[in-house]
Write a protein of this length. Structure first.
Lengths: 846, 226
């Protein structure tokens, strides 16, 4: 007698056959919607990550061009050979290219003419990034330099050449060597960190520098060690190098760029991460909504299969196989769509980007993981819901969803993990997840409260409203009686709107903020070393040439030597940032009037009071722990002066105006040797006037910051575009949620509307009732979304973006209007077939 | 609104076919049908013979491919398919009541709300009338119960109350006992005929049960198109 084992696991072939049978079925609307959500999620992740990564790389590459390297170490003293050899060794192990340069200011002589020039001595490896352009004479078109100056040669820029009246072929003197002027120097990388004080430029071979005798002890030269290579290796090198740097050394990476671009990129990345996470979350919400509908639809088929003897494990595995096939399909399609979208986006801005930024696998891997996550969101509730309930229960009960609800519990940690994979920052991830949880709870409670309030209101006023506005009554009644679905749908919509409000508000705040950073009329030149005797003439010349300066500031260099009698060296012993700030002389000014863009945040502006007082910029005050009333001792050319801190100021460092850490009360500064500095805007058509300015004021140093500004503007334009694109993607995701949530209730609505039509409801009346119901749903979602969104905008602005942000009334009204209109429009579009098809057809199908 | 005994229904040369892919399936063709005012008529036929489709056509919910459906209302006669869907819906709302095989109650509405619904669609939210009808069908104690809290027989009684609440001149019933056990079915049919008689309405009853059909004044039998 044989014993049959009924609990035997199904064979792979049986699972494959069943999975294949499931796949071959005609896809239902829920399945299409689910696949769309999944493909959309993958597209978002892949597209956004690829796009931002390439934009980021393009920006870094641009920064690198300006820096002449991906990473550089700058030192105010010659870098010791021993550590340098170690660094070189490590750099070569990391397969990084290296080069060095020395920059100093010195006088160039030619036939009795003198010109103060910034000289850079370089080897043949320079520059590692970017290009130099040179021309054989002053009037020739520049071309890219393929080699650097040979020994005995020097390249001069046009300003220096004109100042010296030297022509290519002439020999100019630098210290104790004579160098042949062979090329006119035009564009040059490395200008992102201009040294204040000099405007003429010269480039020479590094081997000639020692013979000049200019590198004596105490000479003010800047030694730069440059590196270039692959992104990850550069990042690694930076991490390795930073702790080894001395107090006179600083490291810059192209990923840091200038302060302005860095902050902008950080904000943009925060926004893109948040926006991406939002869009992804919305896609997941849509997926979940669809999943439950799909589950409802599938349970009948499963019940039939179970009744026919299919085991739970065969069904589970078969469904899992089907889901795996969807995962594969959605991953491939989503990645292809994401890649195409970012490629199209990149193509659209190819003129700005101008570099062929590469790709990494990371976005594709993350996108596929996202698809997997989406699938888990979808598959687990379905598989669990369908396999754990008996066929009788499935046949008799309405839903059979209870078992599936618990799977949602572990989706939260899974989502957290996925988000962390995006942001690579636990703090940010937990903040986002926590905020979203709060948002869900907040929206749910608020919607529940409103629905309960409506129910109570309708119960009290039923007869009156029914008599006055029957359609309104029936619409509101339809909303309030389907309490749970209404609440779920409205909460999902409210959350969607809330996130949309956040994304749209941030977008406009960031764009406005960035545009305001560099106004069109921002100065693009700084002028230094204007003497007291030249002051009036400078004004006169400026008026004649149409170049108006932003105000002349008397400046002198000084060191902060003591605070409240305590030497600063002691005070900053444990603070490397403070040490760095104190290691250099600072440019000081005096002013009776608070300069434009400055704001006193503590104390009182000194004005014209005779008491010696100083106003301190707040970031340096924090760094050096300076408080109101502290006594600061400065050393001006070895003469000490003590002043009391009268105020702490904030200022806009992006204003392109001369800005100062310390502003003394007049006439303190003018007791010491001083010159004036100013800034002004010069358009390209004023090139001749600028040249004339150089001739009229040969000792005045002009610094062109136009390139730097152009770079900042270009970065802002790029990230602005990405931000705009993401806002559009989020709106699309929000629409997806709306469609999914309305689609999920379509069957019930079809059935209900067909009954109403059979009972004599006219299509127009039923449409109006539906409009009231949908409109109210949109209104509640809009109100709750605006409320929670406003709170989030405020908090995010304060905590993450450091911008004073608030949801404007205009935006709130727009959100409400759009919410109501969108829900009605999408709802009616979906429900339209209810009114077009005979109730009989619907009954036959149900 | 007491409209009983004033509505008669007739149909001539009705044809209805369904398009399934490239294949056209004829459900019925060249049918003539009539029921006099205040009388009851059973449409009898096997499954798939087109009984429900014919009922839908007679109710103005499903236009026929050919033929006319006339409603005689007092001295006036209307071909209902000469009018648009909204007109026909208004006609159904005012003059017709429906009873369905699967009750077709709205699940998230109480028994009272379900009965109130057709009244509200007529801008007449007369709660007292709805309650009165629920009492009449024996559900006076179950006013605030939801369909899921009621048995099949009770649900069908709610459906009957809903069908009669606005005192229709024509009652259309589609296999009203199809989902019920024999005992409950018998009780429901007794109730249906009682209400039909007491309201003097015209009734069209779709059934496959010959015994049940025999209780009607006339029988109209549909053949299966094989």
């Amino acid at each position: 007698m044989s014993v049959t084992t009924f609990s035997q696991a199904p064979s792979m072939a049986a699972v494959a056959r069943f999975g294949w049978r499931l796949l071959r079925r005609k896809p239902s609307a829920e399945l299409w919607l689910f696949l769309s959500c999944q493909i959309f999620a993958v597209t978002i992740v892949c597209g956004i990550l690829l796009f931002t990564q390439r934009i980021e790389w393009a920006i870094y590459s641009e920064n690198a061009k300006l820096m002449a390297a991906d990473l550089l170490v700058e030192s105010s003293r010659a870098i010791d050979q021993k550590p340098l050899a170690q660094w070189q060794q490590y750099a070569s192990e990391q397969e990084l290219q290296t080069a060095s340069s020395i920059r100093l200011s010195s006088m160039l002589y030619f036939e009795g003419a003198l010109q103060l020039t910034e000289v850079r001595a370089v080897g043949q490896a320079y520059p590692l990034r970017g290009q130099l352009t040179i021309a054989p004479d002053l009037s020739a078109q520049p071309s890219v330099a393929t080699v650097m100056p040979s020994q005995g040669e020097v390249w001069l820029d046009a300003r220096t050449a004109r100042g010296l009246a030297a022509m290519p072929g002439d020999f100019v003197e630098l210290g104790s060597v004579r160098l042949k002027f062979v090329q006119v120097l035009h564009d040059e990388p490395g200008l992102v960190l201009p040294s204040l004080g000099l405007s003429g430029r010269a480039l020479m071979n590094e081997n000639d520098l020692s013979e000049t005798g200019l590198l004596s002890a105490g000479s003010r030269a800047t030694y730069t060690w440059l590196l270039a290579g692959e992104h990850a290796r550069i990042e690694h090198m930076m991490q390795w190098l930073t702790p080894q740097l001395g107090p006179h050394q600083r490291v810059f990476s192209s990923q840091q760029g200038s302060q302005r671009t860095t902050r902008t990129i950080e904000r943009a990345k925060s926004f893109l991460n948040l926006g991406g996470a939002t869009a992804l979350l919305l896609a997941l919400v849509a997926t979940l909504v669809t999943a439950y509908k799909y589950l409802e639809r599938e349970q009948h088929s499963v019940a039939v299969w179970k009744a026919a003897g299919f085991s739970s494990s065969l069904l589970s595995r078969g469904y899992l196989l089907q889901f795996a096939a969807w995962w594969l399909g959605a991953s491939v399609l989503g990645c292809a769509a994401g890649f195409t979208l970012q490629a199209a986006g990149f193509y659209a801005i190819r003129d700005w980007v101008g570099v062929s930024a590469g790709y990494s696998w990371q976005p594709f891997i993350l996108a596929v993981l996202t698809a997997l996550f989406c699938l888990v969101c979808f598959a687990l509730p379905v598989v669990q819901g369908l396999s754990k309930v008996s066929p009788m229960r499935l046949l008799r009960s309405g839903t059979g969803l209870k078992g599936a609800t618990y799977t949602l519990l572990w989706l939260l940690p899974a989502f957290t993990l996925l988000l962390h994979t995006f942001s690579e920052n636990w703090q940010a991830t937990l903040a986002v997840v926590g905020s979203l949880l709060l948002l869900v709870i907040f929206c749910w409670l608020l919607v529940a409260l409103l629905v309960m309030g409506l129910q109570r209101f309708l119960a009290l006023t039923q007869t009156k409203i029914m008599a006055l506005m029957p359609v309104v009554y029936l619409g509101l009644r339809a909303f309030s009686r389907q309490r749970r679905p209404s609440q779920i749908r409205t909460t999902a919509l409210a959350m969607t709107l809330s996130l949309l409000v956040v994304v749209v508000s941030l977008r406009s705040e960031l764009l406005t903020g960035w545009q305001a950073q560099i106004p069109d009329a921002a100065p693009n030149y700084f002028a230094l070393n204007i003497t007291e005797s030249e002051r009036d003439r400078w004004h006169e010349y400026g008026d004649e040439a149409g170049i108006s300066s932003q105000g002349l500031f008397p400046v002198a260099r000084a060191r902060l030597v003591a605070i409240n009698g305590q030497p600063t060296a002691e005070r900053a012993a444990n603070n490397p940032d403070a040490q760095r700030a104190l290691s250099r002389e600072m440019v000081m000014t005096e002013a009776a009037t608070l300069p434009l863009g400055n704001k006193v945040v503590l104390g009182q502006w000194h004005g014209n009071h005779q008491q010696a007082s100083v106003s301190v910029e707040q970031s340096i005050a924090q760094q050096l722990d300076i408080e109101l009333g502290d006594k600061l001792q400065f050393s001006f050319a070895n003469q000490a002066v003590e002043v009391e801190v009268g105020s702490i100021r904030s200022l806009n460092w992006n204003s392109m105006q001369p800005n100062f850490y310390f502003i003394l009360s007049p006439p303190l500064l003018k007791a010491y040797p001083y010159t004036y500095m100013t800034s002004f805007l010069a358009v390209p058509q004023q090139a001749d006037a600028l040249y004339e300015l150089g001739s009229q004021f040969p000792a005045v140093a002009l610094i062109d910051v136009g390139d730097l500004m152009a770079q900042v503007k270009s970065v802002l334009d790029r990230v602005g575009l990405a931000v705009q694109a993401l806002a559009v993607v989020t709106v699309f995701a929000a629409l997806l949620v709306l469609v999914a949530s309305l689609r999920a209730s379509l069957d019930d609505r079809l059935h209900e509307q067909s009954i109403l039509r059979a009972l004599g409801g006219q299509a127009a009346t039923l449409k109006r009732i539906a409009m009231v119901e949908l409109g109210f749903s949109g209104l509640v979602a809009g109100l709750v979304g605006c409320g929670s969104g406003a709170l989030f905008v405020f908090l995010l602005g304060r905590q993450v973006f450091e911008l004073p942000m608030a949801l404007g009334l205009g935006t709130a009204v727009w959100v409400l209007v759009i919410s109501v209109a969108a829900v009605i429009a999408v709802g009616l579009a979906i429900l339209n077939r209810v009114y077009a098809v005979s109730p009989l057809v619907i009954w036959r199908k149900s | 609104m007491t409209t009983a005994k004033t509505l008669a229904l007739s149909a001539h040369n009705l044809t209805r076919a369904l398009q399934l892919g490239e294949q056209q399936i004829e459900i019925f063709s060249a049918i003539d049908f009539a029921v006099a005012a205040g009388e009851s008529c059973a449409i009898l036929g096997a499954s798939g013979s087109g009984k429900t489709t014919l009922l839908g056509v007679l109710a103005g919910m499903d236009p026929p491919d050919t033929g006319v459906v006339d409603v005689k209302w007092g001295d006036q006669t209307f071909n209902i398919y000469e009018h648009d869907e909204d007109w026909r819906a208004a006609l159904r709302g005012k003059m017709m009541g429906f009873v369905f095989q699967n009750f077709q109650l709205i699940p998230d509405m109480t028994a009272l709300d379900n009965v109130l619904l057709p009244l509200q669609l007529l801008n007449n939210g007369d709660e007292a009338l709805a309650k009165q009808w629920l009492h009449k069908v024996g559900l006076g104690e179950r006013l605030n119960h939801y369909p899921r809290q009621l048995s099949g027989g009770e649900q069908q009684r709610v459906a009957l109350a809903r069908a009669f609440a606005h005192e229709p001149a024509l009652l259309l019933a589609d296999e009203p006992t199809g989902s019920l056990d024999a005992k409950t079915a018998s009780m429901i049919m007794d109730l249906l005929f009682d209400l039909h008689r007491s309201t003097h309405s015209t009734m069209v009853l779709v059934t496959h049960d010959r015994q049940l059909a025999a209780r009607c004044d006339t029988i109209f039998e549909l053949d299966t198109n094989e």
